[in-house]
Write a protein of this length. Structure first.
Length: 284
């Protein structure tokens, strides 16, 4: 007894005849008859009553049909299980993150675990110079950082997040409607993150491009601490718009043309293996 025989018997029973079953199975009527007779000989019992006008199940056939359907369903599930196992993405992926560049990792990682439970992700936070070396030497698979922080031959970058940055000051310290230039902001933006942090990297680049010098008086490692210093009028801080929105009691001022941009990318090898490609899809 084989699956083809079971499939043929089910087709004859459901279609009500050998000719209709043949059409369903994309074969000829004589083949269907031959298959059914071979199975009946193997079982030692007739499954169908054959007349010139109709084909009907015998008592043995009625007993046999449900078991045949169960067997075919079990075979289908077995095939599906093998297919899933064959195409399932597995492996370990190492992500190097510039401090502050990936504020909500749980969103991407939760979706990844749901879609690819066989992928294990290790996240390592490190300053830019270490990340550059790590991705070049393949000790990490993906670097999440400010754009341009991890260049290298054979590497490509794709966007993770891009948004405007604003100068955040205490309420009443300036008009939110009037844009500020980099030169104006330099004397105010004395609250910032420690060197190597993503926001500090983006902010420093803007002032360097504008050829403006500034002195950071207060260095912090998280946005609430920065906001608290700003709230007490100890200086301004440059933050991405989405981060500044978390502190509605403060004033956010946009920059004039050429202001800082929060541009985060994922840098990786140009031919990522399947597990890495799966992580990248959820990152970007």
């Amino acid at each position: 007894m084989d699956l083809r025989q079971l499939e043929t018997v089910v087709a004859v029973a459901e279609e009500g005849g050998f000719t209709a079953a043949a059409r369903r199975l994309h074969t000829v009527q004589s083949t269907v008859s031959t298959v059914v007779r071979a199975l009946e000989r193997d079982l030692g019992a007739e499954l169908f009553e054959r007349t010139t006008h109709r084909v009907a199940l015998t008592p043995a056939g009625k007993a046999f049909l449900p078991a045949a359907r169960v067997a075919l369903e079990a075979a289908s599930q077995a095939r599906a299980t093998v297919d899933r196992a064959r195409w399932q993405v597995t492996g370990e992926v190492r992500i190097g993150v510039m401090p502050g560049a990936w504020p909500e990792p749980h969103r991407a990682l939760s979706a990844l675990r749901r879609d690819h439970p066989g992928v294990r992700v290790l996240v390592r936070t490190a300053p830019p110079h270490q990340l550059r070396e790590a991705v070049v030497t393949s000790t990490v698979d993906i670097v999440v950082a400010v754009a341009g922080c991890a260049p290298g031959d054979g590497l490509v970058s794709r966007p993770v997040r891009r948004e405007e940055m604003v100068l955040v000051t205490a309420a009443g310290a300036g008009s939110a409607d009037r844009p500020v230039s980099a030169a104006e902001a330099a004397g105010t933006a004395v609250v910032d993150f420690a060197p190597g942090w993503a926001i500090r990297e983006a902010t420093d680049r803007t002032f360097q491009s504008a050829r403006v010098r500034r002195t950071v008086v207060h260095e912090v490692t998280d946005a609430p601490s920065a906001a608290d210093l700003v709230r007490h009028d100890l200086g301004g801080c440059v933050l991405p718009v989405s981060v500044a929105a978390q502190f509605p009691d403060l004033t956010g001022r946009r920059f004039t043309r050429g202001g800082p941009t929060w541009n985060i990318t994922a840098t990786h090898a140009s031919d990522p293996r399947p597990a890495v490609a799966a992580v990248l899809r959820h990152l970007t």
